[in-house]
Design a protein around this ligand. Sequence first.
Ligand SMILES: Cc1cc2nc3c(=O)[nH]c(=O)nc-3n(C[C@H](O)[C@H](O)[C@H](O)COP(=O)(O)OP(=O)(O)OC[C@H]3O[C@@H](n4cnc5c(N)ncnc54)[C@H](O)[C@@H]3O)c2cc1C
Length: 432
Amino acid sequence: MPVGGKESTELVVRGERKRVPNEFIDELASFLGENLTVDYEERHYHGTPQNSFHKAVNVPDVVVFPRSQDEVQKIVMACNKYKVPIVPYGGATSIEGHTLAPHGGVCIDMSLMKKIKSLHVEDMDVIVEPGVGWIELNEAWGHYWRNVCYSLFWFTSCEAVLPNGDVVKTGSRARKSAAGYDLARLIIGSEGTLGVITEVTVRLQKLPSHSVVAMCNFQTIKDAADVAIATMLSGIQVSRVELLDEVQIRAINMANGKNLPEVPTLMFEFIGTEAYALEQTLLVQKIATEHHGSDFVFVEEPDAKEELWKIRKEALWAGFAMKPDHEAMITDVCVPLSRLAECISVSKEKLDASPLTCLVIAHAGDGNFHTIILFDPSQEDQRREAERLNHFMYLEKELGIESLRTMKRIKAALDPNNIMNPGKLIPPHVCI
Ligand SMILES: Cc1cc2nc3c(=O)[nH]c(=O)nc-3n(C[C@H](O)[C@H](O)[C@H](O)COP(=O)(O)OP(=O)(O)OC[C@H]3O[C@@H](n4cnc5c(N)ncnc54)[C@H](O)[C@@H]3O)c2cc1C
């Protein structure tokens, strides 16, 4: 990645011409060498989100590709010294504009930090750098355990470079800890606003010996949500419960040439031994029938399961295929499970009353649902309508203003120069 290309900073932020000092770039280049670029194409690529309505009003001034924690530390310290914004950049799969660089600055692309640092087979965990993808991780794990698959995973601890350059290690590899604040979750959940993660310990889980995938249709979205709740409350060990509304199913039919009934639909995955997974499936079939569910189907063959799950996996892309020239505003709402049916029903009433095409998809077992609001970006009234609907499901309603203020205080304490992903996560009107 050679240094060169068009001069940086052609773009204007809030009417002010933004420029990072040359000596700052020189300082970075002194230890990054070729792993730094100011090439416009590269900066534009890194500053433009995929499949997101969020507009790039700027691009990063420089993109860097560190190879070690030591290099990340030097980059962060230089940014703090010159008060230059930092945007950490992983797989860039986030769909809500997380990797935008509205204030320019340095985009830290983690793709060269790809070491699997240690694999603890007996503890079923692995320590990796942030550039390691899940496919590579599964391959590495499979190498040690032939014929056995392992699947994801969650984090127990991490190492991160804080905005002042300090390296923090959160906790140990122990599965459980009651020692002090839960810094790992704080930093991992901060979306790059508190530090740059350079290492994570990931817990792994053995894939179950058997699984069943099931699907069922409903007359109303409330019936579908009620079944998801009743299933969770019954104590059934369901590993996934996904809810798709009738608009989402229509999108899937259009995108994939399918002929599914265009009604609210639930998809389940049950895991365990063959007998156990089947028993759980039949119990949920009974619950679904009690809530006007119909066409309950389930499959156990690997190819058939793959085919059925494809419906869910491709749901987001199917939504985009429905209106190819439109953009999507995507909301992400989490509510207590008991409130899920009510929240989805009320949201759905508002969405159905809108002239825009809106899709609902929910990780119903977690009380989490997304709405995908499609709008024509060239039509100002459509953008305003999308924002109105989006506002209805706003972060502040989910968290409350006091939680947001607490986040802002933590941010101010750790990042007084506001260099880490400035302008992200905490809405600008929150004051402390
Ligand atoms: C089709 C689809 C389905 C999805 N389904 C789910 C789902 O079921 N559940 C769910 O939870 N999520 C889901 N997501 C969201 C997905 O989990 C996120 O897109 C993903 O976790 C982001 O990882 P990334 O490496 O691509 O991060 P990026 O998109 O690169 O970055 C995300 C944010 O993290 C910051 N960041 C990146 N790397 C670092 C680092 N090393 N240190 C500090 N900050 C960093 C970035 O600055 C940015 O703010 C889905 C996304 C897609 C596209």
